[in-house]
Design a protein around this ligand. Structure first.
Ligand code: SF4
Length: 223
C-alpha cells in the first residue's frame, strides 16, 4: 500500500513526545493531507492542494529512518488510517519508538503496543476555529503514556483548556499527562501565563502537567 507523504526529515522532537522528552532525536514522517484547516497551522505544505507528495510503501519510508525514534505527524496521520496502521505495524517490527501526533478529530485506534507507540492528541481550542470538531469520546482508547495537548492562544483558550482537562480526567482517568502549549510569538506573555497556572493551582491536580514550549522554534526555527 502506498502512503501519501509530504516529507521525511531528521530533527529533534521539539514538543512532548511520550518517550525521552523534548530534544530527542527523531525522524519525522509528515503525512500528506488534513481534514482541518486550523488558524495557526504551521504545516501548510503538508495539506496544500497543490503540494507535490511522494507515494511510498511503509518499507521504503522506514529505510529512511536512521534513528531509533520516529515521529509520525502531518497533515493528519489518521486521515490515512489504514496506511498509518501498516506503517506503525512495520515500525514496531523494527523496534522503533513511535510517536503519532494527531489533531483529535478522529477516534484514537486501539494501541497494539503502548510501550513502543504513543499518541500525542491535540484538543483544538476556539482560536483554531475547529473547537466544534472536538469530542472527548475520541480518547476512549488512549493509554496512560499518551498525552493530550492544548495549544493556547488567549485567555478564552486557556479557560476552555482547563475546563476540558477536568472533564477528560473524570471521564478517562487512565489519561495521566496533559501538555499546555502557549503560542508565545503573537499573544500570551509567558510570565502572565505561568502566573495563571500558579493562581489556578493547576499543578496540584494529581496528573502530569507539562508546559510545552516548541524547542525547535526557540533554537532558530528549525523544523
Ligand atoms: S490539524 Fe494540524 S495540519 Fe491540520 S490544519 Fe490543523 S494544525 Fe494544520
Amino acid at each position: 500500500m502506498q502512503i501519501k507523504i509530504a516529507e521525511i526529515f531528521e530533527s529533534i522532537d521539539g514538543e512532548v513526545n511520550g518517550f525521552k522528552g523534548i530534544g530527542q532525536l527523531s525522524t519525522f514522517i509528515r503525512f500528506g493531507g488534513c481534514n482541518l484547516n486550523c488558524t495557526w497551522c504551521d504545516t501548510l505544505d503538508a495539506k496544500h492542494k497543490d503540494k507535490r507528495y511522494s507515494y511510498l510503501t511503509a518499507e521504503n519510508i522506514l529505510k529512511k529512518c536512521i534513528f531509533p525514534k520516529i515521529t509520525i505527524t502531518g497533515g493528519e496521520p489518521l486521515y490515512q488510517d489504514k496506511e498509518l496502521k501498516i506503517l506503525t505495524e512495520e515500525a514496531l517490527k523494527l523496534n522503533k519508538d513511535i510517536t503519532v501526533e494527531t489533531n483529535g478529530s478522529y477516534k484514537i485506534p486501539i494501541n497494539p503496543d503502548w510501550t513502543k507507540l504513543r499518541y500525542i492528541v491535540d484538543y483544538k481550542l476556539p482560536s483554531s476555529n475547529f473547537n466544534t470538531r472536538m469530542n472527548i469520546a475520541n480518547y476512549e482508547n488512549l493509554c496512560s503514556q499518551d498525552i493530550i495537548k492544548f495549544v493556547i492562544y488567549d485567555d478564552n483558550d486557556y479557560n476552555i483548556a482547563i475546563k476540558t482537562m477536568g472533564e477528560i480526567i473524570i471521564t478517562f482517568p487512565q489519561i495521566n499527562t496533559f501538555a499546555l502549549s502557549p503560542i508565545l510569538e503573537n499573544s500570551l506573555d509567558f510570565t502572565i501565563f505561568m502566573e495563571k497556572i500558579r493562581e489556578d493551582k493547576i499543578y496540584f491536580i494529581n496528573k502530569n502537567i507539562i508546559i510545552n514550549v516548541q524547542l525547535h522554534k526557540l533554537v532558530g526555527g528549525i523544523r
